[in-house]
Design a protein around this ligand. Sequence first.
Ligand SMILES: [Zn+2]
Length: 325
Amino acid sequence: MSAAAGALPPPPWTGAERGQLQAALAAGRLPHGLLIQEAPGAGGEWLALWSAQLVLCEHPEQAPCGHCRGCRRVAARQHPDLTFVSPEEGSRQIRIEQVRELGAELTLTSHGGGYKVGILSPADSLNRFAANALLKTLEEPPARTLLVLVVTQPSRLPATVISRTQRIRVRAPTRAESLTWLQAAAGAKPWAAALDTLGEAPFTVLGGDPEAVAEAASDARRALDALGGGGADPVATAERWARSELPLRLQCFERWLTERIRRAEADGHLMAEVRAGPYLSGGPPVLNIRELFRLVDEVRELRATLDVPLNRGVALEALFRRLAP
Ligand SMILES: [Zn+2]
């Protein structure tokens, strides 16, 4: 994934935040702890690397220049004064040992004679013990230390950790901003279709294959329309979905349901029965809006528990049966 700052055009929706950080550094008010709260896939990690470049750039008067050795090493995550901490392979959590190693690293003298930087991403994945260990470093940070936590859900962090950091928000870009930026970053591709499936998350879209996403999305959509019209077998479809690209297909499922809720609301059918009409061509003939909301919740639940061993095929089949007329 080439989301490194410097390798990609700066996302314009982070412009104000970058300006604030530059001004804080120039005024000698850069905090030791930053909490970057990003909308999913909006570029929180990119801004964290940009912040590391800001303090490690070899041309302070134009930092981050993006071209010097310091900036390039940060972009490649190979700067000796940068420690990047994320869950290890096969784990969903940042462990206490990783945070202790980071703390020890930050107490060493900087190679470049300046800042030492630690980035934790996603910091939502710090377990309780790791978060407590991090608190010690945040309470007594060595001079010229910058700790950057990238989160989507800060409520998962202890309040004691949050209170030691300054919060910076990375909002979700508009569709136009996403499209312009993706085009500039990687040329013309089916970006709009991928954003339709994955939401306004251009960094997530960029990290994947937009053609594959668009294809999986249209396949999922066809299957859901067929199920809703009684023209598909729930058992066979569930088995097929469980075999490949399940997380992506579930995202499509959620989006397919929320689209139906929106259309029902727009047509003034709130809390009423939604009957098939021209505006729901191919959709379920009768789906109560409450049932749509319930289904959305259950699809989200299934998405959140994908790593829990269970018979996904059976869970999916049960959801599919409720779409049938
Ligand atoms: Zn530089």
